[in-house]
Design a protein around this ligand. Structure first.
Ligand code: ADP
Ligand code: ADP
Length: 231
């Protein structure tokens, strides 16, 4: 079933000269339960902008985003988490405290919060690192914390904005295949994954469906013809 639907969403920025900068041209898309969708495109093609509108973090200039057929007004209307390229961890908090933070913000009681965070840290392979600080960890480990913190709230859709781009190739490969394994084993508490990437290999490896932005900035490309090598 459908979770998110975007109808004719657009983003443009006004210029002093009154010429608009069109960042996203009118776009329709949807995200269904059970799928991994990749949004693929070169740097500057509008991927983050489109993603932010789907999550309610940014308001479309025109068009509308629906979750379960209800138009969303703000990020407070939806249950999402975002994993960022730069990890965006709190440096003054331990690994456990970082993962607990979103639960604390939601007012969850301390022992329950701790229990869930511990369990999520085990899932992402960070058991034993609870008391460490982010600066003591490698990039790959930091992004594991990022995943745990995103998933601990059991987001309806997990959004990821270039989550592997800051990691070296081998670390990125490992983390990517672990993520896929967890998803396929239904160990990840989310209904759909939306990943923003400029890496075509990553999109092909992870996604059930790929949406491509490119050539003309802000335009979803639907003019591809795809042939199956192994029908
Ligand atoms: P991507 O994620 O694909 O790299 P972005 O969505 O970050 O692309 O940006 C798309 C384009 O929109 C870029 O050219 C960027 O500079 C421009 N842009 C994004 N936000 C703004 C803004 N607030 N004002 C003006 N231009 C913006
Ligand atoms: P909203 O649509 O809710 O205003 P935006 O996506 O426009 O949110 O981002 C908020 C602010 O961040 C913008 O008002 C803009 O000033 C700034 N910004 C974000 N990305 C860019 C960019 N690539 N270039 C210029 N400004 C940007």
């Amino acid at each position: 079933s459908q979770i998110i639907r975007a109808e004719r969403v657009e983003k443009y920025y006004a210029q002093p000269s009154e010429n608009r900068i069109q960042v996203i041209s009118p776009t329709d898309l949807s995200i269904q339960e059970g799928e991994i969708v990749a949004l693929l495109g070169p740097s500057g093609s509008g991927k983050s902008t489109l993603m932010r509108m789907l999550t309610g973090l940014s308001v479309p200039s025109a068009g509308e985003v629906f979750w379960h057929d209800k138009p969303i007004a703000t990020a407070a209307d939806v249950n999402v988490s975002i994993v960022f390229q730069s990890f965006a961890l709190f440096p003054w908090l331990t690994v456990l405290e970082n993962v607990e933070a979103p639960l604390k913000a939601r007012g969850m009681e301390a022992s329950e919060r701790r229990r869930r965070s511990q369990k999520m840290l085990e899932t992402v392979g960070l058991d034993g690192f609870q008391a460490a600080y982010p600066k003591e960890l490698s990039g790959g480990m930091r992004q594991r914390v990022g995943f745990a913190r995103a998933l601990v709230v059991e987001p309806e859709v997990l959004f990821m904005d270039e989550p592997f781009s800051a990691l070296d190739v081998l670390t990125a490969e490992n983390l990517r295949s672990e993520l896929l394994e967890l998803w396929q084993g239904k160990t990840i508490p989310t209904k759909a994954i939306f990943i923003v990437t400029h890496n075509i290999e990553e999109a092909v490896l992870l996604a059930d469906r790929i949406i491509v932005l490119g050539r003309n900035p802000g335009h979803v490309r639907t003019d591809f013809r795809v042939s199956l090598a192994h029908p």
